[in-house]
Write a protein that binds this ligand. Structure first.
Ligand code: ATP
Ligand code: MG
Length: 421
């Protein structure tokens, strides 16, 4: 364990984009390939990329002048996963010893305009969205041949492995996971941000909490009012989670409802351990998606089936919004009582976002004066006695400890079950 830091120091370090907290050790696992060569230098980004990565969004990006030797602020360890951009590795911050996940993106990938735009969006969104269910981006280091994104490390793997490693989840447990995803996505939608690539692989577990990751396809899209211009026109997420309107060749779509469809697929997987739209080959699957055809296993409750049907409704106009999902009977009947400290945390985040969202809205040329894009009214904690609060915190702590144990058990049991896909 490293030296103890006061809460104030930790907060201040986070505000400056410096990583805090403690890690005991880091397993060896550096590929030389992932480290900058000793003679490597930090150089400015290509002009076109710099245009996307405005200092407003990447206020702590390191872009030293040419000639300055590179000095990564973290050590790299084993590979956590590999994505379209490159590897994600475990890292430990040199000073604070906190574990981080470091996405290493070769800059040559960014010669592709589409990937470049995705990268810029990922950084921009993750810097702006502060919510306990969204992976935080701490730091960006731009080196000669690579960009390093240091993020909050999710120690429990992704939800796909979690679901695969376990027996059929009981509905209350699935609801507890689902509620966290809804909380994170609802937070994005209230600010006019749509993720557009929600799937089990992009939902990570961190100390028993769900964290939404991979904002590479996210974009600013206020819910459509009367203006057709607020709809989006491009999409390239996983077809298994794609809403029918994306496959029907319609010119524009409401991206919030596309997220809701994907969440419907996630919920189905949580309560059945299967994907709703499967078959031999992509054409069969796509046909089922467009028809909204899925089977309902008999063990499901009537309430969850009702919610699934309303989320996996082929008509995006009728399909529920995230707000309506939050109000649905199945979600409410399993909802855990709100913790007082949760409400306080959310209040702080919203205040920060109110300031910061101005930047995002101005950049997208939208959102100003659009009531749908205004931050939602903050919920104050209801009146509680000190004893109530103590009791709730104690319950939440024991739940968190139980969840941690379950994650550890699930990890140990991994590979024992048939994979989903
Ligand atoms: P793709 O677009 O192909 O999904 P990507 O290049 O955008 O991939 P991510 O999805 O962000 O990359 O990450 C790839 C994998 O790395 C994830 O599936 C996960 O296993 C691991 N990973 C990513 N972020 C983290 C994190 N914060 N903590 C732990 N593991 C992570
Ligand atoms: Mg991903």
């Amino acid at each position: 364990m490293g030296s103890a830091q006061s809460q104030e120091e930790v907060e201040s370090a986070h505000r400056q984009g410096v990583i805090t907290a403690v890690a005991e050790d880091i397993p060896e696992g550096n590929d030389d390939d992932d480290l900058p060569a000793p003679e490597a230098q930090i150089v400015p980004l290509a002009a076109n990329l710099t245009a996307n990565l405005k200092p407003d969004y990447v206020d702590n990006a390191r872009q030293a002048t040419p000639g300055e030797p590179i000095d990564l602020p973290f050590k790299l360890g084993r590979t956590l996963g590999t994505g379209a951009f490159g590897k994600v590795k475990l890292g430990v911050h040199n000073q604070t010893k906190e574990r981080v996940a470091v996405k290493i993106v070769p800059r040559e990938k960014l010669l592709d305009k589409r990937l470049q735009a995705n990268m810029a969006r990922e950084i921009k969104m993750m810097k702006l969205l502060r919510n306990e269910h969204i992976v935080r981006l701490y730091d960006v280091v731009v080196a000669r041949t690579k960009i390093y994104l240091a993020m909050e490390y999710a120690d429990g793997g992704d939800l796909l492995s979690f679901v695969n490693a376990r027996k059929q989840m009981a509905e209350p447990e699935a609801a507890a996971i689902f509620a966290q995803v809804i909380d994170g996505v609802g937070f994005c939608h209230k600010l006019g941000v749509c993720h557009r690539d929600l799937k089990l692989e992009n939902l990570l577990l961190c100390k028993g909490k769900v964290k939404i990751a991979d904002f590479g396809l996210a974009n600013y899209a206020p819910p459509p009012t009367t203006a057709a211009g607020s709809f989006m026109e491009t999409h390239c997420g996983s077809p298994l989670y794609a809403a029918p309107e994306l496959l029907r060749n319609t010119a524009a779509y409401d991206a919030t409802k596309v997220d809701v469809w994907s969440l419907g697929v996630v919920l189905y997987a949580l309560v059945t351990k299967k994907l709703p739209f499967e078959g031999d080959g992509l054409p069969t699957i796509l046909k089922k998606i467009v028809a909204g055809e899925f089977t309902v296993p008999p063990h499901l409750s009537a309430q969850v089936v009702d919610l699934l049907r309303k989320m996996l409704n082929v008509d995006p106009v009728v399909r529920l919004s995230v707000e309506e999902i939050e109000a649905h009977e199945w979600v409410r009947m399993h909802a855990a009582p709100k913790r007082a400290d949760d409400a306080i945390e959310r209040t702080l985040s919203m205040e920060q976002l109110e300031n910061e969202m101005g930047v995002l809205q101005a950049a997208s040329g939208a959102g100003r004066g659009n009531p749908a894009a205004e931050p939602a009214e903050r919920k104050r904690p209801t009146t509680m006695t000190a004893a109530d609060i103590q009791k709730e915190i104690a319950t939440a702590r024991s739940e968190a400890a139980r969840a941690k144990e379950e994650v550890a058990r699930a990890e140990a049991a991994a590979k024992a079950q048939q994979p989903l896909s």
